[in-house]
Design a protein around this ligand. Structure first.
Ligand SMILES: [Zn+2]
Ligand SMILES: [Zn+2]
Length: 402
C-alpha cells in the first residue's frame, strides 16, 4: 500500500496520471481504487477514463424547507427576512449565497441590507479593495443578487442599513430604496439620510432597538428599552414605519406595545452576518421570519402590505402580531369542529407553532394532527400561549360549541 505521503511525493515528482481501474466504481458504497502509472507524463495515450464519483461520495441532497400557511383574510401570507448582510458590508458570504439560503429556507422575499458605514471587506478601503466604480456603488450587492433571485423565483427588495455608532439613533433599515448612493452621500447627517430615503419612497425600520441600549436602560441592564426623544421626533416626521421585535437571537417584548400604540409594522429579522448554516443550522424552524399579508406574490404587493402594516413576526417558536391580523391568521390556520356534544376537534393546517391552553393545560397543535378537547361546552375561550398580541398579552380565541 502506498502511503499518502509517498503518493503525494510521487505525483509531485513524476506528475503521474492516476488511473482508476475499470470496474472499481460499480455502486454507492464501492471504494475507489487508484493506482499510479509508473510512466512519467507523456503524450502517450493511457487507457483510462473520467468517472463521476458523486454517488460514492454520498452527497446529501437537501430539499428546500416547505412552510405551509393558508391564505388569511383574503391575503397570501408571504415569508420574508428583511435584514441580511453580505461581504459588501461586514457579512461573511456573497449576495448569491444569501439568495440560495433564503430559497433553502422556503422564503418568498428577502432584502439584502448592507451597512452604508461599515464595509471592512469588499470596498475601496476594505481588506479586498475594489475599484472606485464598484466600491462607491452601494447598490452593488443588490445588483449582484438580482439575477440569482430572478433565476430562483425569490423576490428581492432593494435596501440598505443606516448605521450610526450611538443610540440614539442607532440603526435603521431602508427597504425599497431607489438608489442607496445619494443616501450614502449624506453620511454625516443621519436625519438627512432618512429624509432622502423617505423621499425615495423608502420604508424605514428601526433595527434592534435593544442594541447599545444600556445607557438608556435596556435589556443588558434588565431595565426597559426606551422610545427615545430622537425616535419620537423621527416617528412624528413619518420616518419610522416599522420596528424589529426580534433581531437575530434577541427579543424585545415592549416593541409590540410600541407598534400597537403608534401603528407600526412588526418585524422578526435575522440580521445575519455569517452563513445561515453557522448561525442557525439547516432549516431551523425557530429562525426569525417576517410574515407579510400581501394581495399577490409581487414586490409591489409587499410594498403595499408593509405600508399598510400587515406583518406578523415569527421566531423562537413564538408569533407577534397586531389586531386584526394575528386573530385572522389563527382562524385561517386552525380548523375547529364540534364533532359531538361537548367534543371540540382542533387541527392546525399550517406549519406555524401553536400552543393553546384552556384551564391551564398547554397543548401543542402539530401540523395536520387532530386534537380533541372533551367536555368543552363550558369553555368560552382558548389562550394561544405562544402568539402575542400585546406585551405579556397572549392571543385569546373565543370558543363556541356551535
Ligand atoms: Zn444594525
Ligand atoms: Zn444589520
Amino acid at each position: 500500500m502506498t502511503s499518502r505521503r509517498e503518493f503525494l511525493k510521487k505525483t509531485a515528482a513524476a506528475g503521474a496520471a492516476i488511473a482508476l481501474t475499470p470496474g472499481s466504481i460499480t455502486g454507492r458504497n464501492t471504494r475507489i481504487h487508484a493506482r499510479l502509472s509508473n510512466d512519467p507524463v507523456s503524450n502517450k495515450p493511457v487507457d483510462t477514463f473520467t468517472v463521476n464519483a458523486r454517488s460514492a461520495m454520498n452527497i446529501p441532497s437537501i430539499r428546500p424547507r416547505e412552510i405551509t400557511i393558508p391564505d388569511t383574510a383574503g391575503f397570501k401570507v408571504l415569508k420574508g427576512d428583511f435584514h441580511i448582510h453580505t461581504l459588501f458590508s461586514d457579512g461573511q458570504v456573497m449576495p448569491a449565497d444569501r439568495v440560495n439560503e433564503a430559497v433553502q429556507n422556503g422564503l418568498d422575499v428577502i432584502s439584502i441590507t448592507d451597512h452604508i458605514e461599515v464595509r471592512p471587506f469588499f470596498s475601496t478601503v476594505g481588506r479586498w479593495k475594489i475599484n472606485d466604480e464598484q466600491g462607491l456603488n452601494h447598490n452593488l450587492s443588490y445588483e449582484i443578487a438580482k439575477p440569482e433571485a430572478e433565476r430562483n423565483n425569490l423576490l428581492l427588495v432593494p435596501g440598505t442599513e443606516i448605521t450610526k455608532s450611538h443610540m440614539p439613533p442607532g440603526h435603521f433599515n431602508v427597504l425599497f430604496t431607489q438608489d442607496v448612493n445619494p443616501i450614502s452621500a449624506a453620511v454625516d447627517d443621519w436625519k438627512k439620510m432618512l429624509q432622502i430615503a423617505v423621499d425615495q419612497g423608502g420604508f424605514v425600520i428601526w433595527d434592534h432597538p435593544g442594541w447599545q441600549a444600556p445607557q438608556y436602560g435596556g435589556i443588558e441592564q434588565g431595565s426597559p428599552l426606551r422610545f427615545t426623544k430622537e425616535h419620537e421626533e423621527t416617528y412624528k416626521k413619518g420616518w419610522i414605519h416599522g420596528i424589529e421585535i426580534f433581531n437575530g437571537t434577541e427579543y424585545y417584548p415592549v416593541v409590540l406595545d410600541w407598534c400597537n400604540e403608534r401603528d407600526l409594522a412588526l418585524f422578526a429579522n435575522s440580521d445575519i452576518h455569517p452563513s445561515e448554516l453557522s448561525q442557525y443550522g439547516i432549516h431551523n424552524p425557530a429562525r426569525p421570519i417576517t410574515l407579510v399579508l400581501a394581495k399577490d406574490r409581487t414586490l409591489e404587493s409587499i410594498r403595499e402590505a408593509l405600508f399598510a402594516k400587515r406583518t406578523i413576526a415569527w421566531a423562537a417558536h413564538m408569533l407577534w402580531g397586531r389586531d386584526p391580523w394575528l386573530p385572522e391568521l389563527f382562524n385561517a390556520s386552525v380548523e375547529m369542529k364540534s364533532i359531538s356534544p361537548g367534543t371540540l376537534e382542533l387541527t392546525n393546517k399550517s406549519s406555524l407553532p401553536i400552543t393553546v391552553s384552556s384551564g391551564g393545560v398547554a397543548i401543542n397543535l402539530h401540523q395536520n394532527q387532530k386534537q380533541q378537547l372533551y367536555r368543552a361546552e363550558r369553555c368560552k375561550k382558548l389562550t394561544v400561549l405562544n402568539w402575542m398580541i400585546g406585551m405579556d398579552k397572549p392571543l385569546e380565541v373565543p370558543l363556541s360549541m356551535g
